[in-house]
Design a protein around this ligand. Structure first.
Ligand code: OSB
Ligand code: MG
Length: 381
């Protein structure tokens, strides 16, 4: 069951509304999409979470293209692969570039599940039939707009509300939301906008009964976060600082956080995601799946991994319609009463809509794989 062709596409999609975090505003979403096709014409799909500009992480769509074309696909072409769990190991000597690694690794997982005729959720060991989700709201200029949005999404049933904060738009904002919505599950995400000099400000959030504060300090830090956690009551959740199971172990050992946000692209794919999940479940570390304003393929992978039992808190995977006029999958992801039903069709369980993909594609490149170069299943075991 060879992979006979890999198709790389660079897409440009426009978010319905600009999304503002402490590091900037995004509306045009560039997406690197990968399709791996086997000899029976089954297609596995993966989506890069890297943006057009290296603000959240050092990777971009262009570094993703380079890594896939010039480094990662050639490595996969060197020797057969029998199971998607092997892919991450094959990339081990390549430093960083986790999102690029994840793009192809998740596509191979999708293909593998389709070849086995099981859902991706089942292939990963997920048991849930549906998952609970929350929503992430960007920084707003207008407080009334924010309160209206919170009200709308709470009414729709989203299980928790996350609000982006930055210095100057933090304590007062969160206080007003809490005053208006005394009982909702509420949290803040700072995207690394603070330093240890800001402990006093961050401690003022203590009495708001937040579920957590996400990544208050530097994107590459776990030392200062430990110092901060010792001084504030709100549980810290790490996002940007976590790139591997090793990072999770160290952060937990140092008490740098009490909660982990997992993003498949940030940790290099689904195999590493499973390992982090297993560790968190075993050690009672609350875990949830973050989001990167994904289109349908990335969203579907997030849904599949969240079906695992250790994802104990609602994630950021909202409905397709929260982001896009039209998504690139059929059916779109819908949220009912704060829940997403895990699809029952094989693989990611959503059909990629080729017309819509074509409509948003800026560049496309097809790479033929050497005969019997990349093997799937246990044909040659
Ligand atoms: O920090 O979780 C984050 C979006 C882009 C980059 C980073 C983050 C986010 C979000 C949005 O919070 C999550 C989503 O709705 O996909
Ligand atoms: Mg975050």
């Amino acid at each position: 069951m060879n992979i006979k062709e890999i198709i790389l596409r660079k897409l440009k999609m426009r978010l319905k509304h600009p999304f503002t975090t402490s590091f900037g505003t995004l509306q045009d979403r560039y997406i690197y999409l990968i399709e791996v096709v086997d000899e029976n014409n089954l297609s596995g799909w993966g989506e890069s979470v890297a943006g057009n500009y290296p603000l959240y992480s050092p990777e971009t769509v262009e570094t993703t293209r380079h890594m896939l074309e010039d480094v990662l696909i050639p490595i996969l072409n060197e020797a057969p692969i029998y199971h998607p769990d092997e892919v991450n190991g094959r990339f081990k000597h390549i430093r960083g570039n986790n999102s690029a690694k994840s793009t192809i690794e998740t596509a191979i997982w999708d293909l593998y599940a389709k070849q086995q005729n099981v859902t991706l959720a089942e292939a990963l060991g997920g048991e849930r039939k549906q998952i609970e989700v929350g929503i992430s709201l960007g920084i707003q200029d207008n407080m009334d707009d924010l309160l209206t949005q919170v009200n709308d999404y709470v009414t729709e049933g989203y299980k928790r509300i996350k609000i982006k904060i930055k210095p100057g738009q933090d304590v007062e904002v969160m206080q007003k939301v809490r005053d208006q919505f005394p009982t909702i599950q509420l949290m803040a995400d700072a995207n690394s906008a603070y330093t240890l000099n800001d402990v006093e400000i961050l401690a003022k959030l203590d009495h708001l009964n937040l579920m957590m504060i996400e990544q208050p300090l530097a994107h590459d830090d776990i030392i200062d976060h430990a110092e901060l956690q010792a001084q504030i009551k709100t549980p810290i959740c790490l996002d940007e600082s976590i790139h591997s199971l090793e990072d999770v172990k160290k952060a937990v050992r140092l008490n740098s956080c009490k909660i982990i946000n997992l993003k498949i692209g940030r940790v290099g794919g689904l195999t590493e995601s499973k390992k982090i999940h297993d560790f968190c479940l075993k050690n009672n570390v609350p875990l949830w799946c973050g989001g990167m304003l994904e289109a349908g393929v990335g969203r579907a992978h997030n849904i599949a991994i969240t079906s695992l039992a250790g994802f104990t808190l609602p994630g950021d995977t909202a409905a397709s319609s929260r982001y896009w006029e039209e998504d690139i999958i059929d059916p779109e992801v819908t949220v009912n009463d704060g829940c997403i039903h895990i699809p029952d069709r094989p693989g990611i369980g959503y059909e990629v809509n080729r017309e819509k993909v074509a409509k948003y594609t800026l560049e496309e490149k097809r790479i033929s794989c050497l005969v019997q170069s990349v093997l799937m299943g246990n044909l040659y075991r």
